[in-house]
Design a protein. Structure first.
Lengths: 114, 114
């Protein structure tokens, strides 16, 4: 069965420094993976998506993620954090088969300090 | 704005009551999904509909039911409400509802059961 594990429940960075949010997945095949962001009291917004094309995926707002099959990882990075990046980030895997069912990680809260 | 609308935004009710949450998908999307977000369980998939038919089911309680109407809007019915049903309920929609299909989320309905 597919699953995702977000390795950090909370990450704190200073504005202007790099961001790394870690995610490992478990799947018997190459899955579809997503990163979503949730700002306080808002819905979920898609940051980026991997579906077995390029392993380096570029998303919105300067975020990108790299699919590494050997490490079963899909870490999210951004070169320089902005105050507006403070939010909850979810790593998500799509279940195989003819459904769109998504399995969410537990989330990582990103704090950006001035 | 994702194009997915949910009503109401907030709902406060008492234990034992029944409520209905409504979702309108993005124009052109045939599949609708319901998710529950709570502090202890995180984000969990409840159910998926595709063009009026149930396609996938998650850990949805028997007290909960949903349907998708011919105009593709969907309703989630929650009955015999308990304190533990208090949560944020998200609706999402996608074009064809298959694996890896990008889901766009609505702003959510916050349910408080007193």
């Amino acid at each position: 069965a597919q699953s995702v594990t977000q390795l950090d429940s909370h990450v704190s960075v200073s504005e202007g420094t790099p961001v790394l949010l870690r995610c490992n997945y478990s799947s018997s095949y190459s899955p579809s993976l997503f990163w979503y962001v949730q700002h306080p009291n808002k819905g979920l917004q898609l940051l980026l998506k991997y579906t077995s094309a390029a392993t380096l995926v570029k998303g919105i707002n300067g975020f990108e993620a790299e699919f590494k099959k050997s490490e079963t990882s899909f870490h999210l990075t951004k070169p320089s954090a902005h105050m507006s990046d403070a939010a909850e980030y979810f790593c998500v895997v799509s279940i195989s088969g003819n459904t769109g069912k998504l399995i969410f990680g537990q989330g990582t809260t990103l704090q950006v300090k001035p | 704005d994702s194009g997915v609308t949910q009503t109401p935004k907030h709902l406060i009710t008492a234990t034992g009551q029944r409520v209905t949450l409504r979702c309108s998908p993005r124009s052109g999307d045939l599949s609708v999904y319901w998710y529950q977000q709570s502090l202890d369980q995180g984000l969990q998939f409840l159910i998926q509909y595709y063009n009026g038919e149930e396609r996938a089911k998650g850990n949805i309680l028997e007290r909960f039911s949903a349907q998708q109407f011919p105009d593709l809007h969907s309703e989630l019915n929650l009955s015999s409400l308990e304190l533990g049903d208090s949560a944020l309920y998200f609706c999402a929609s996608s074009v064809d509802g298959g694996e890896g299909d990008t889901q766009y989320f609505g702003p959510g309905t916050r349910l408080t059961v007193l």
